[in-house]
Design a protein around this ligand. Structure first.
Ligand code: AMP
Length: 456
């Protein structure tokens, strides 16, 4: 039990006030450990992923340290960039800056977020007015540096958030260029869900005897997240997903896929079946991603299909469920994915649909999280529209997968005889109802279908 209060952490009254207004009562473990270290001026290397409260763990002490520089002056010269927070994705950038703004609302400290995918000209005037705290994705920051719209020579605190993902996304060269422009005298904080050798090398390069804090990785597979695996053939996954999404506890769900293509197709397929679903992935424009995310947060869209990169850092309050339609090949990604739910101590469910081909990845995941996840063979209802398989019989299940035998009946819609991942020629223009009915034989779920497109 963590009995430290925010006041015990010696945070300033204006910050404490903002925390109370945000509804925070007690610091999370990473906050309780990191805040004193940062306030004392040490470099910090923290092992914590999204959902642990890591943003406040660096943002609160950072604001406190900058408070003496807070100024109500309108002169840009009085508002140089003093804290630089680098993050891997636009969504995370927006979220981090929203948090910083909320915590700083009773101070005169200014913050701004800059990221790629939007016209750089829209960001420049804001930068020019002067901001103390700049949240940025590395590529866009370099653009601003090249255009001389930002100066980093007064940075006192540098934060690398989700450093492991920044390296995965190939930001190392950009990071090195940015680091070279910062004053040597500064405090550096690094947050990463995992500590690979590359991360350790990066920390050696740019940190000064950092204090190491790790809030147990097992936190990711925390007690408050119920994890479950359904063993299911790849071709049956869609039917199982549709069944799970009809469950009472599936009011707001993120479904993870490995590829953008699967995300798009799955979203379309679910829309055809009357489920209010949308996809976010790297091929969508920033505006589309933001709109989908907003609709999801507001409950207008019940199911968000996402790839790992797009979902990285997503913070959705009280998200009750994530479903891994395909489990990730990198075990760490599993930790990140399930960390979308069960945030800040809330309860969450993480369900993974695992085909026989994916079992080897499941073994790696269980090794990483040091937990054996409860497994159940998918028990799908016999369905006239499901594809028939050969051979049937006792041994077929073991030799071919987890398929539960169904009575032989001719499929009435040849579309359903195709394997799950449909070809481009799948009948996208099929009226929604027709595609829906053979799958469920049930009335349409009562969820809004705002994003349904009828192309027929
Ligand atoms: P993060 O890990 O920083 O993405 O934070 C996860 C979620 O927890 C965010 O929605 C925060 O607003 C929330 N949060 C962070 N710290 C606290 C706290 N001490 N009490 C309650 N909620 C918190």
């Amino acid at each position: 039990m963590n009995t430290v209060s925010f006041a015990d952490l010696k945070l300033a009254p204006e910050i404490l006030k903002a925390l109370t207004e945000s509804g925070y009562t007690t610091p999370t473990p990473i906050q309780a450990q990191a805040i004193p270290v940062v306030l004392e001026g040490h470099d910090l290397m923290a092992g914590a992923q999204t959902g642990t409260g890591k943003t406040a763990a660096f943002a609160l002490p950072l604001l406190q340290k900058l408070l003496p520089h807070a100024s109500s002056s309108t002169s840009p010269a009085r508002h140089p960039v003093r804290a630089l927070i680098l993050v891997p994705t636009r969504e995370l950038a927006v979220q981090v800056e929203e948090s910083v703004k909320a915590y700083a609302k009773h101070t005169h400290l200014r913050s701004l977020v800059v990221y790629g995918g939007v016209d750089i000209k829209t960001q420049t005037p804001h930068l020019k007015t002067g901001v103390e705290i700049l949240v940025a994705t590395p590529g866009r920051l370099l653009d601003h540096i090249e255009q001389k719209t930002v100066l980093l020579n007064q940075v006192q605190v540098l934060v690398l958030d989700e450093a492991d993902r920044m390296l995965d996304m190939g930001f190392m060269p950009a990071l090195k260029r940015i680091l070279a422009l910062l004053p040597r005298q500064r405090q550096s904080l690094m947050f990463s869900a995992t500590f690979s050798n590359e991360i350790k090398r990066l920390s050696e390069d740019f940190m000064n005897y950092p204090t190491l804090i790790e809030v147990a990785r097992s936190n990711a597979s925390a007690e408050n997240i119920t994890q479950k695996v359904y063993l299911v053939d790849q071709t049956d996954k869609h039917q199982l997903l549709a069944k799970l999404l009809r469950g009472d506890d599936a009011k707001q769900v993120i479904v993870f896929t490995k590829t953008k293509l699967t995300a798009s197709r799955l979203a379309k397929q679910l829309q055809r079946e009357g489920v209010s679903a949308d996809a976010i992935h790297g091929d969508k424009t920033q505006l589309e991603r933001m709109q989908a995310l907003d609709a999801f947060k507001q409950g207008k869209v019940a199911v968000l299909i996402a790839t790992d990169v797009a979902a990285r850092g997503l913070d959705i309050d009280h998200l009750p469920m994530v479903i891994n339609y395909e489990i990730p090949h990198a075990a760490e990604d599993y930790v990140h994915r399930i960390g979308r739910t069960g945030r800040a101590g809330a309860a969450g469910t993480a369900i993974s649909l695992v085909s026989p081909e994916e079992e080897k990845y499941l073994v790696e995941i269980e090794k990483l999280i040091k937990t054996e996840i409860k497994k159940e063979k998918a028990n799908l209802p016999a369905h006239p529209a499901r594809p028939q398989r050969e051979p049937r019989g006792e041994h077929a299940e073991h030799s071919r997968g987890y398929h539960t035998p169904v009575p032989k009946k001719p499929a009435h819609d040849p579309w359903f005889d195709k394997p799950y991942v449909p070809s481009i020629s799948a009948p996208a223009a099929e009226p929604a109802k027709k595609a829906h009915e053979p799958v469920t034989n049930k009335p349409k779920p009562q969820i809004p279908a705002l994003f349904m497109k009828r192309q027929g």
